[in-house]
Design a protein around this ligand. Structure first.
Ligand code: SF4
Length: 69
């Protein structure tokens, strides 16, 4: 599954890092690094991260390819 984080929305709350530390990593104040291709065993964690992000900055594969926002 692919993900995209809208870094113009991301405020560095780190909720995603808390839920899926193998996919998301924070460097400094607003430097969010993430794996664009999510391994199958991390998909559930990423869904939790998506739900937890206070600014809905994380888009999952379907939304990414569908272009719906
Ligand atoms: S939870 Fe959302 S706002 Fe916070 S670091 Fe992750 S993507 Fe950014």
């Amino acid at each position: 599954m692919q993900i995209v984080v809208d870094l113009t929305r991301c405020q560095g709350y780190a909720q995603c890092v808390f839920h899926a530390p193998e996919v998301f990593e924070l460097h400094g104040e607003e430097g969010l690094l993430y794996a664009t291709a999510v391994p199958d065993d991390q998909v559930e964690r990423v869904r939790e991260a998506v739900a937890a992000c206070p600014v809905q900055a994380i888009l999952l594969g379907r939304e990414v390819s569908g272009g719906a926002r």
